[in-house]
Design a protein around this ligand. Structure first.
Ligand code: ZN
Length: 275
C-alpha cells in the first residue's frame, strides 16, 4: 500500500469571482478579490518552507490581471489548472459559450505563464451536461468538481440519464479522472462572510473548528481508505489571513507526521490511472 496522498489546491479567483458571478460594482467588494494577490506570495513562502507542491486553479481573468503572481506560481514548480475565464458557472452557458470560455482560459494561461493545464476545476463546482465532452475534446486528463466519493478518485462519465421516472441511469466511464472535492474540505463556506440581496453566507468560523474537521477527515482516511487522496480546496483570498495560515502550517505538520506524501492533483490522478 502506498502512503496517503495530500493534495493542497488553491483556487486563485481574485477579482473574477466578485465581478463575474457576484456581479460586484462596488470597489469595496471588488477589493476582497484584490487581497488574493496579496496572499499568493504568503502561500508560496509557506509552501516553499514546508517543501510541498500544490495545485493552483487560476481563472484566465486572474492570470491576465495578475501575471506576476501567476508566473511566480508556475516558476515555484506548482501545477496550474483551468478554472474558467471570469469564473463563469458552466450551467448557465450554452455548449458553444462553454467551449469559448474553455479556450479563452487556455489562451490566457498560455500567454501569461506558458502552461497548458491538464486539470480542470469548474467555477462553483457546477459542471454542465456538456462539460465532460468538452474536457475530453480538449485533452484534459482529470477534473476536480464532483463529489461522488470523498478520498478515492474515480472515472468520470458521460451520458447519464437523469429522469424522475425510474432509477438513475449511469453513463459509461470515460478517459477522464475525477479528483473529488467536498464543501466540507473547502475554506470558502467555512470562513467567507457574504451578504447579497439574495444570499447570506455567515462564514467567519474559528480556524480551530475547521482545523478539527479537516484533521479528523484526514485521520479517518488514513485509517480506513487504502490509497486515499486528501484534497483540500482553498482560496488565497480566504486562507491567506494570518490565523488561517497558522492553521494550515499546523495541518501540514500533522499530515507529514502521519507519513503523507504531498502531490499535485495531476500526479495523484496519474497514479490512479496506473492502478
Ligand atoms: Zn473559484
Amino acid at each position: 500500500m502506498t502512503s496517503p496522498s495530500v493534495c493542497l489546491s488553491f483556487d486563485f479567483d481574485a477579482i473574477s469571482l466578485w465581478i463575474g458571478p457576484m456581479g460586484a460594482k462596488s470597489p469595496s467588494m471588488i477589493s476582497r478579490g484584490e487581497f488574493g494577490a496579496v496572499a499568493v506570495p504568503r502561500l508560496l513562502k509557506l509552501l516553499d518552507q514546508a517543501g510541498v507542491p500544490a495545485t493552483f486553479f487560476v481563472t484566465g481573468h486572474t492570470a491576465e490581471t495578475y501575471p506576476t503572481q501567476t508566473r511566480a506560481i508556475a516558476e515555484a514548480g506548482h501545477e496550474i489548472g483551468h478554472h474558467g475565464y471570469l469564473h463563469e458557472n458552466p450551467i448557465e452557458l450554452s455548449p458553444e459559450a462553454e467551449e469559448a470560455v474553455l479556450l479563452r482560459g487556455l489562451a490566457a494561461l498560455d500567454a501569461v505563464a506558458g502552461v497548458r493545464p491538464v486539470g480542470y476545476r469548474s467555477p462553483a463546482w457546477d459542471n454542465s451536461p456538456s462539460t465532460m465532452e468538452l474536457l475530453l475534446k480538449h485533452g484534459f486528463r482529470y477534473e476536480s468538481s464532483l463529489m461522488g466519493d470523498d478520498f478515492t478518485p474515480y472515472w468520470c462519465r458521460t451520458g447519464d440519464a437523469i429522469g424522475p421516472d425510474g432509477p438513475y441511469r449511469f453513463g459509461p466511464p470515460v478517459d477522464l479522472v475525477e479528483m473529488p472535492v467536498s464543501w466540507l474540505l473547502d475554506d470558502f463556506p467555512h470562513f467567507e462572510y457574504i451578504r447579497l440581496p439574495n444570499r447570506i453566507s455567515p462564514g467567519l468560523s474559528a480556524a480551530s473548528k475547521v482545523e478539527e474537521i479537516w484533521r479528523d477527515e484526514f485521520d479517518f482516511m488514513v485509517r480506513e481508505i487504502p490509497n486515499g487522496v486528501f484534497t483540500l480546496t482553498m482560496h488565497p483570498q480566504v486562507i491567506g489571513r494570518g490565523h488561517r495560515l497558522f492553521m494550515l502550517e499546523r495541518l501540514i505538520a500533522h499530515f507529514k507526521a502521519a507519513g503523507a506524501e504531498f502531490r499535485t492533483l495531476s500526479t495523484a490522478a496519474e497514479e490512479f490511472r496506473q492502478r
